[in-house]
Write a protein that binds this ligand. Structure first.
Ligand SMILES: Cc1ncc(COP(=O)(O)O)c(C=O)c1O
Length: 496
């Protein structure tokens, strides 16, 4: 019987700077050698003392690795004769390549009819950014987040009532947080609601998914703003809904267009406080027209208020939910913009008559966000830090917006940057004859992020342009960003 060749042993590389212990590295290396057939079934491996000497590690380290392989049945110890690769490992198996490298060739299992049908229409959310700067959309000013208050409150909860914050928690969300949200909405949005109407979700996205589960059947028609948000679109498509792209103008969703296209609809999705991405506020007349249409069709309206806390001028219009007399509007909010997105914390306020249905759904899933996070946010709100942060961010976003609007005068002729009344992005229309993809690529080469309008479109529209985010960028980054835009070859040719 041969012993393992020294050459094979020398193929073992141990990284002493790694966070993975040397013993685990040795275990993994020996296991890979065995599974790949580098050391065949029945072969004896060198004595632990020899291995330790060859590899310049302690004998205990080697014994740990070998014992683990013996426990897993890959090695067999025979008293008096040594340690051998198990005879059961007859056929050498190739060490698989990482999954990422094989993904394209993996045979896909048969997916559900609904998901196959939704197929390519599901827009990737992978483009949601995690790096701040000009002109990133969807990220708040992470540089201005009051981390000290957050750290103090979270440390307090770590030391506090463990049963409360470490258990499974209440299915519909931590009740102190639901109470704080109800109070916040009354002050900010004129929404009078009972905390029982508030359901905590893992971001607005999970609220859309729950709403889809509860109300949509395959083939149901859903009015979607076009251009509009892709996250909600994906949630409804995943239920097999038929999405109806509805025009949007300066007053918001064009209800007449929607009625013409699909008078019988089950659900309407709107962003009335700040249309995503165009930035218009839905007029009061449109709000009432939408509510009337929904009432006639016995449909549900989803009001997505993703950045409604941040307005620059006068106080915003009352929420649709607040003027809904028929119990049809579900108000969806998120902490992704008012605090930060990795929290994965959102909520919805449902009409009273929908409480039992949502209660049943949430009780059967019970998989919302961490109670620890919910408890921290509840205290953050109750101690007044949330309201202070919102007030400060309103001022900060307004200042950053003003820098963008001033600088944007230098883009006239090429990019027409639109005024907006709040939030932390605004639309910039591209001059006739310019191509979004070309401009986006030229910008990317200079390290600038541009989000094209086409990315929001369910059906093609005539306009072209970009949603320019200014919230997460410092004034210097915004000025530099505009300078870089002015240098893009295709834009430079159009500047006046
Ligand atoms: C229209 C819209 N709604 C909601 C959200 C927030 O989603 P979430 O709470 O899942 O982060 C976003 C994020 O960019 C959005 O664009």
């Amino acid at each position: 019987m041969k012993t393992v060749a020294g050459a094979l042993l020398s193929s073992i590389r141990l990284d002493r700077t790694s966070r993975v212990s040397v013993s685990v590295q040795l275990y993994q290396a020996l296991r890979d050698l065995i599974l790949s057939g580098g050391v065949g079934a029945g072969q004896r491996i060198p004595a632990t003392r020899t291995l330790a000497k060859e590899l310049a590690v302690s004998r205990t380290t080697v014994i740990d690795a070998v014992d683990r392989l013996v426990a897993e049945g890959m090695l067999v110890s025979r008293v008096g004769s040594g340690t051998f690769v198990s005879d059961t490992l007859q056929a050498p198996r190739a060490v698989p390549e990482p999954v990422a490298a094989r993904r394209a060739d993996l045979p896909e299992p048969r997916l559900s009819y609904t998901i196959r049908h939704a197929g390519k229409s599901l827009a990737p959310r992978s483009w949601l950014p995690h790096r701040t700067g000009a002109f990133v959309t969807a990220l708040p000013a992470l540089d201005a987040f009051p981390v000290a208050h957050w750290a103090r409150i979270s440390a307090r909860h770590m030391r506090g009532d463990r049963d409360m914050v470490m258990g499974y928690g209440e299915p519909k969300g931590f009740s102190p947080l639901r109470r704080s949200i109800a109070m916040h909405l009354k002050a900010l949005k004129g929404i009078e609601c009972d905390p029982e109407q508030v359901f905590i979700t893992a971001g607005a996205q999970q609220a859309f998914a729950h709403i889809g589960h509860l109300f949509l059947n395959p083939g149901d028609r859903v009015w979607m703003e076009n251009p509009g948000a892709s996250g909600a679109r994906n949630a409804f498509l995943s239920e097999g809904a038929e999405l109806i792209p509805v025009d949007v103008d300066g007053e918001g969703l064009v209800v007449e267009d929607a009625l013409r296209k699909a008078p019988h609809f089950r659900l309407a999705f709107v962003t009335p406080s700040h249309q995503q991405p165009l930035g218009h506020v839905m007029s009061l007349a449109r709000r009432f027209a939408l509510l009337q249409a929904a009432d006639e069709a016995k449909a549900v309206v989803v009001e997505d208020d993703y950045d409604g806390e941040f307005y620059f001028g006068q106080a915003p219009q009352p929420a649709l939910h607040g003027i809904d007399a028929s119990g049809r509007v579900i108000f969806v909010g998120t902490f992704s913009k008012s605090l930060f997105p990795s929290l994965r914390l959102g909520f919805m306020v449902v009409p009273e008559r929908m409480i039992p249905g949502f209660d049943r759904l949430f009780a059967s899933w019970a998989s919302g966000p961490s109670t620890m996070v919910q408890a921290i946010v509840a205290d953050f709100m109750d101690e007044g830090h949330f309201a202070t942060h919102i007030r400060m961010m309103r001022r900060l976003y307004k200042a950053r917006y003003e820098v963008l609007m001033t600088e944007a005068q230098g883009l006239v002729g090429a990019l027409d940057v639109q005024p907006t009344s709040g939030g932390f992005h605004t639309m910039a229309h591209l001059a006739e004859g310019l191509d979004e993809a070309v401009v986006q690529e030229e910008a990317a080469e200079r390290g600038l992020t541009l989000t094209p309008l086409s990315r929001y479109c369910l059906a093609p529209i005539r306009a072209a342009g970009f949603a320019l985010g200014f919230g997460s960028a410092t004034p210097e980054e915004i000025s530099l960003g505009v300078d870089l835009l002015r240098e893009l070859p295709s834009l430079r040719a159009k500047l006046v």
